[in-house]
Ligand binder design. Sequence first.
Ligand code: UD1
Length: 436
Amino acid sequence: MKNKEKKEVLIVHKAESLEGVLEISGAKNSALPNIASTILTDKPVILQNLPELLDVKYMNSLLKAIGSKVEQIDEKTFVYSLKEPTSLCVDYEIVNKMRASILVLGAMLSRFGEAKIALPGGCPIGQRPIDLHIKALRKMGVSIDIEHGFVIAKGRPKGSHITFDKITVTGTENILMASVLAEGETIIENAALEPEVVDLANLLKKMGADIEWNWREGSRTIKIRGVQKLKGTAHKIIPDRIEAGTFAIMSALTKSKIILKNYPYNLLTYVHSILNKIGIHIIKTGNDTVIVKREKYLKPTYIETKEYPFFPTDLQAQVMTLLSTIDGLSLIKENIFENRFLHVPELIRLGACISTINNKVAIINGVKNLSGANVKATDLRASAAMVIAGLIAEGYTTIHNLHHLDRGYEKIDLKLSSLGANIERKAVPIKENMFE
Ligand code: UD1
């Protein structure tokens, strides 16, 4: 009987002004490739500052399933050690939970010359194919067949000249991992410059990889000379710039007095320039702490998502929530994913006035207030947008489909409650026609 089952919802009440210290967690998108890279050595690798997220749990289970010893030292520190693999196959059950599972492909091939990984399925925000990963690995001499829903890859990658047709974050990470133990030199052109890719390259260098990359100058060319073996090391994951940006926007919208700690100021330069135009200023108060100041009247603006160093698609839903209540017309153009406006109908449910053109451009006509309603978290980042919207909407907002939120935001309800927000996680009976 379906209606006897329960599921969790988040009830978010309007918050007047929050106060306190919010600590930014380790970056999810850095944690996942860094965990995958521990496959590349038979020596232990210690990863610190890992966020406590479902996606990190999934990645840990994936590694255990192929034979890694995964040992937790404290809340945020794990030691990974893979002496001998027990399996070189990753099943659909795990890939289906987390698309980033495909990140182990490059590392498994690099070390063992073989991998069988279930193909990631569809994704709410777009098709997200892995054709560019496969094309690059084939160029490196790996034989790849797609059979019965699996990528079946055989052969050790060989040094090669790869030019990505399109900038891809996990694609660049996969090929980086595929090339560190490859015979000869690999050149990756049109590489992703995201700080999480740089963090992976830094960890690989600590493990003994020979990587030449002038990312500080914005170079999209990476040169890797394959080495025979990699060694163990310890590495601290960088702070999550998307969580940091989300909380900066939330702080401005709720007119709060929050100190944001472990704030990766230098990774958000472009986002800050856009927030400045709107009338929101991020003020450094220490090495890694900031506060957020806002002008009385915020201004509408035009934002376009683009690969790093420009405006991240992962902050698009949150900034749309911000623009929804700023008087005047704002425009957002989404350039990375083909279906990343799933939060628009949800914001409309809360009273926002937004229309879209071809799923590419959103026209936002700022309203005075949002009003609490039932909404669903349609994807990972959109779920944070719903929390922010809930904090400024009159009354209370009930957010359904929480698994997205728990995949990518560490204890967000507890973090916000510690600042005085009234947020409650509740198990409610599943009813027919309820949001799924
Ligand atoms: C990563 C991030 C995700 C972020 C995205 C864009 C992780 C774990 N996830 O996802 O949070 O939103 O970057 O910054 O780091 N594409 C292809 N073929 C491919 C690969 C990608 O067509 O083989 C397309 C995608 O469909 C998309 C674009 O390229 O339109 C960029 O995708 P990509 O950078 O690969 O995103 P992910 O690495 O999956």
